[in-house]
Design a binder for this molecule. Structure first.
Ligand SMILES: [Zn+2]
Length: 175
């Protein structure tokens, strides 16, 4: 589809710039229930129509788009890894996304292990056999893409939903 034909290309404009004007009495926040209601009904209908694998792939791609947009809006002033990590940590906390930590990072291979506690997408959900934070996988990959210009494979290896209670993500550059 050409850019001209598109109805839904993401820009920050869709979120609105003046929430005091847009929602004078309700303000700029909503509840976790509403966020998860939206996300998990969207997953449900995509899975029903296109299967689990496509649903996960689409959510991961959306996560990359979101993570890159998040980097471009909030993180471009970070010039080194430590500043970036601090910035992401502060924003994840302030915006209620989760408690972000770097468990390990190898500056030579760029391989890393990240954890997110109290994750917005999955914390508190019933236990299942599978990790579910594919959107977060993409989100982290999007931040890393913004910072390094490289594509990363990010995989959730532990999740609240697998009983780990902490979401743990491995990351490595794809090339
Ligand atoms: Zn998780």
């Amino acid at each position: 589809m050409s850019e001209k034909q598109r109805k839904y290309e993401f820009t920050w404009d869709v979120i609105g710039s003046d929430l005091a004007l847009a929602r004078p009495s309700l303000g700029g926040n909503t509840s976790i229930e509403v966020y998860r209601l939206f996300q998990f009904t969207m997953r449900d209908v995509i899975e029903q129509n296109y299967g689990t694998e496509v649903a996960d792939t689409l959510f991961r791609h959306a996560g990359v788009l979101a993570g890159k947009a998040f980097y471009d809006k909030f993180c471009t002033e970070a010039t080194d890894v430590n500043t970036l990590v601090k910035r992401v940590q502060d924003l994840f906390k302030d915006l209620g996304i989760g408690i972000f930590r770097v468990e390990s990072f190898n500056p030579e291979t760029m391989e890393a292990m990240f954890t997110v506690d109290e994750d917005l997408d999955c914390s508190g959900l019933p236990d299942i056999d599978d990790q579910i934070c594919v959107y977060d996988e993409g989100f982290i990959a999007g931040i890393l893409l913004g910072f390094t210009g490289k594509t990363f494979e990010v995989k959730e290896v532990d999740c609240w939903c697998t009983g780990a209670r902490t979401c743990r993500f491995s990351a490595k550059p794809t090339e």
